[in-house]
Design a protein around this ligand. Structure first.
Ligand SMILES: Nc1ncnc2c1ncn2[C@@H]1O[C@H](COP(=O)(O)OP(=O)(O)OP(=O)(O)O)[C@@H](O)[C@H]1O
Ligand SMILES: [Mg+2]
Length: 526
């Protein structure tokens, strides 16, 4: 019974060729034969292509799957060649074996494919790749720009620091010389001193712009209403920008307040206004506008060093010649100017850039050739409760001191110290001096002078001015302190901002500035 069954199942002697099933119909036979041949050829070529990809692209994560696919399609191709053969030759065993192999490989291929599916669905599309590449190129360019600005900033900051010290001596000494003039000298003497002082003042403006660019300008931020500041500048702007340029200001209602250095912000707006004036030699319109702005994540991502958030924006727009892209790209670079020798220093926009960045803000130029330019300054919204300050401009008379007011001057640079001592004596104060913090402390210890105010440099070897002040205050709790430095990378200045409550005079200073600051520190007025 079993033998009969197995003979019926496995005896191949009675098998016929597959063509028999097609009734040896020539049309059908040829349709099958040609189709199987074409499929066989195609199925043999596909694995070759897959093999080439798998060999050459060793980085592909789905490489093993490619090999499996190649094997699977190769076996499928073989099945078709066998189908062709079995039309005439009944080699069904061979066909069975190939089909079994195909089945095994196809199961593995299917498993591998399903396992890869979650990963494959996350593969980026060519469009996404393109977008990512563009974003990468943009951030690379921004990084390069930021690094360039940082490097140039360090260089200019270093130069400006040394210049400041020298200018402190020049300006101070010229001030002193001017005060000592009796009127009996030759008239050219006073003119020479005047010219020298003017030159030194200009050099001081230049160095302060350099410091501003390098974000090392000592800032004294106050809570400001930008609308009030702009209105307060109207007279200055009108005297700087003559006819036929018209000035218009569009002030936003309910404008947010900002926390920034008043003098620096005024100087930045003046620089922008002067640039606008220069861009409109034949007249035009200058518009100053303020607005509240929300800079969102998307915007911040596309810019360098921008934190998303709320900003008060002040923009200066002109109807001048505009700037080509290559000028916009370099406009913030220090000493970059298109204005010809002696006409521009190329430091105006550098000051704007450095000051705005140091204040945690953002600055952007929009310009079209032939249409005009808009420069927008964004300063972070101030959310504290302090009220805005009145912006006062110093009056002309010098506040003086009296002999019972004792000033201790501590400065390691001999010439700068001598200049400060002379200036303070000139103002009527009693002045004692020390060339180092250690000497100053010894002086306080041994002579116990009734010092009213300590006027100290911040950066000194051995001990910082800040530490000296802390120690001196322990001995004389009522002691007033006035700090000075040309630099800000030091103990009392964090991120370019003077600690709250500390009186600070940045180098180089004029006699006028010293007189006011020392009085202000002594009287505790702001
Ligand atoms: N509003 C503007 N319209 C057209 N070009 C401008 C404008 N503002 C700036 N620029 C271009 O940017 C350059 C750099 O400006 P920046 O204010 O830094 O220097 P400057 O004006 O040349 O010199 P400085 O301000 O030191 O006197 C200018 O020389 C000018 O080419
Ligand atoms: Mg300028």
């Amino acid at each position: 019974m079993f033998d009969t069954l197995s003979q019926w199942l496995f005896d191949s002697s009675g098998l016929t060729a597959h063509g028999f099933c097609l009734l040896w119909e020539p049309g059908l036979i040829w349709t099958y034969a040609l189709s199987d041949s074409a499929i066989g050829v195609a199925y043999f070529s596909i694995p070759v292509a897959l093999g080439v990809i798998a060999r050459r692209r060793s980085d592909l994560v789905f490489r093993p799957l490619l090999w499996l696919f190649a094997a699977f399609i190769l076996l499928c191709g073989t099945t078709h060649w066998l189908d062709l053969l079995t039309l005439w030759v009944p080699v069904y065993w061979l066909g069975g074996v190939i089909k079994a192999m195909t089945a095994i490989v196809s199961v593995f291929t299917a498993i591998a494919l399903w396992r890869l599916l979650p990963q494959a669905l996350t593969f980026p599309s060519p469009a996404q790749f393109r977008q990512a590449n563009e974003a990468l190129a943009l951030s690379q360019a921004q990084l390069n720009q930021a690094q360039k600005m940082e490097a140039v900033g360090q260089l200019t900051g270093g130069i400006a620091h040394d210049f400041n010290n020298m200018l402190a001596i020049v300006i101070g000494s010229l001030d002193m010389a001017r005060r000592r003039l009796t009127g009996a000298e030759h008239p050219t003497v006073s003119q020479c001193i005047k010219n020298a002082a003017e030159g030194a003042e200009r050099a001081a403006v230049l160095t302060s712009r350099l410091l501003a660019f390098s974000r090392q300008q000592p800032l004294e931020p106050r809570v400001i209403d930008p609308n009030k500041l702009v209105s307060g500048m109207s007279e200055l702007l009108r005297s700087t920008i003559a006819e036929p340029i018209t000035i218009e200001s569009v002030m936003a209602g309910g404008l947010w307040r900002v926390f920034a250095d008043t003098a620096q912000l005024e100087s930045a707006l003046l620089n922008l206004a002067v640039n606008a004036r220069d861009a409109m030699p034949n007249g035009g319109k200058l518009t100053i506008e303020t607005a509240n702005m929300d800079l969102d994540e998307r915007y911040a991502e596309l810019q360098t060093e921008v934190t998303p958030g709320q900003y008060a924006m002040i923009s200066v727009t002109d109807t001048g010649g505009g700037m080509p892209p290559e000028v916009i790209e370099r406009a913030f670079d220090p000493f970059y100017t298109t204005k010809g020798v002696g006409k521009g220093t190329g430091l105006g926009l550098s000051q704007v850039f450095g000051f705005v960045k140091q204040s945690g803000g953002h600055v952007k130029i929009y310009s079209e050739i032939g249409q005009g330019t808009t420069v927008k300054i964004y300063l972070p919204r101030y959310l504290g409760s302090a009220s805005t300050v009145r912006i006062e401009h110093p009056k002309d008379c010098l506040p003086e001191g009296s002999t019972h007011e004792i000033v201790l001057v501590v400065e390691d640079d001999t010439k700068v110290r001598r200049m400060s001592v002379d200036a303070l004596s000139e103002l009527g104060y009693t002045v004692i001096q020390a060339e180092s913090p250690v000497e100053a402390l010894q002086m306080l210890e041994t002579h116990k002078p009734n010092v009213n105010i300590l006027f100290t440099d911040i950066v000194m070897p051995e001990m910082s001015g800040r530490e000296l002040a802390d120690r001196a205050l322990k001995r004389l709790p009522g002691l007033k302190v006035l700090f000075t430095t040309g630099y800000t990378r030091n103990a009392i200045v964090h991120n370019g901002v003077v600690d709250p409550g500390m009186t600070f005079l940045s180098k180089p200073f004029t006699l006028n500035q010293l007189a006011r600051k020392i009085r202000q520190a002594l009287d505790g007025s702001d």
